[in-house]
Design a protein around this ligand. Sequence first.
Ligand code: GLC
Length: 486
Amino acid sequence: MRILMISSEVETFARTGGLGDVVYGLSRALARLGHEVCVVTPLYGTTRVPGAHRFWESGILARTGWGHDDVRACGVCEVTDESVTSSGGSLRFCLLANDYLFGARQGIYGDASGTFGDNELRFATLSRGALEIAARLWEGGPDIIHAHDWHAALSIIYARATMGPAWARVRSIFTVHNLAYQGVCGRDVLDRLAIPRELFHGMCLEHDGNVNLLKGAVALADVVSTVSPTYAREIRRPGQGFYLDWFFRAHAGKLIGIANGIDEERFNPRTEPRIAEKYDERTVWKGKWACKQALIHELDLDWPDAPLFACVSRLTDQKGIDLLGEALGALVDRGARVVLVGTGDAKLEELLHHASLRFAGHVAARIAFDSALATRVYAGADFIVVPSRFEPCGLTQLYAMRFGAIPIVTDVGGLHDTVEPANLALGTGTGFVAASPSVVDLLVAFEDALGAFLARGAFNELRQRAMARDSSWATSAREYVRIYTP
Ligand code: GLC
């Protein structure tokens, strides 16, 4: 199959969170299954472009309005991943270049002075440009348009409604990674972005008098997926669907949840050069001890034998960092040491900073988006806390398990689907699950975790089970292939 992937973030190029990891990992897995995959994403000022790239001799024109001049000239910078070609498949990344919209911006969605005011135009250009790129690459176009989150929603809307019968027939998949972001704009975007006015009604783009791009893609796509089965159920419940629960109920027949995988080659304590000592399931006790000592030293924590809890997260309301903040005192009282790493909302960055001052030597905080540091934390920590209020899938718990750090999660979304509650007596499960996103339930889960930490032999086995969990992309990629196939 010829698969066109469209996303605002792609790992190795530019990312702010899990979306980029998932688009990259899924695309590679699909190419490995023998498919032809083209991933289109913008070339931002902050994108890391590898040495081996080539610019297309002639770029493309992306129409984003009805008028004569409403076309955006874009260059195309192509990067191919040769590591997948033995499978008969192919993987190429096409970075859409436009200085004004992307290249001159020091950020994906915004910069130091805030969110960009023209994001709907920027991502309309991405969406339309991606279709032009696919048309150039493949005679007869792609077999599948797979659009991720609201930024790519217009690719489905344009293909269905504005580009003629051949495009309207192309099978389209829309994946919701996070319903908290829907691409809501004023009605004026209809004409400005060449969206047919007849799509502006309650069962398509219209929502509370505004244009909701995500909603339009949900209405028009052949299949809508979310990144875990539980999240696909949750968003149909009142109060959990960000005001679209009724709409997802109406479309339940084409809604499916497929849990994310991770790139098990990149996240691998057996081969990871950036950690103090490499280890596998057999040597996890010794290996993690060495990594923990290095981490404690790096972060100026004071007690090497203490159970080490860590949280690596985007700092947004979704992630429940404030709940963890409230539980910190009790955790420290119980002898734990805590590492907090992340960037995001100013008030949560402040919370981290204060915690590290208030509990100096016991709690360390780093306001950073730093994958090397994150890896050292996964390797060195005993527990990784994911206290999310909602979580479409979540990847940190998967990275944690891979490194033998035991996840402590809330019982929501993908966390529910990927972390099986531990039972040390039976020798089952891989983590600790707080019944609800509340301080009380988190504290209960922390107690269970602390108890397990003291049961050395059983705790080592728990680590081994966590490390052995299969989180590879292969299984999930096959499920995507099934929904690509009509
Ligand atoms: C978003 C979600 C997260 C998910 C990721 C990748 O960041 O918040 O739960 O794992 O997308 O799908």
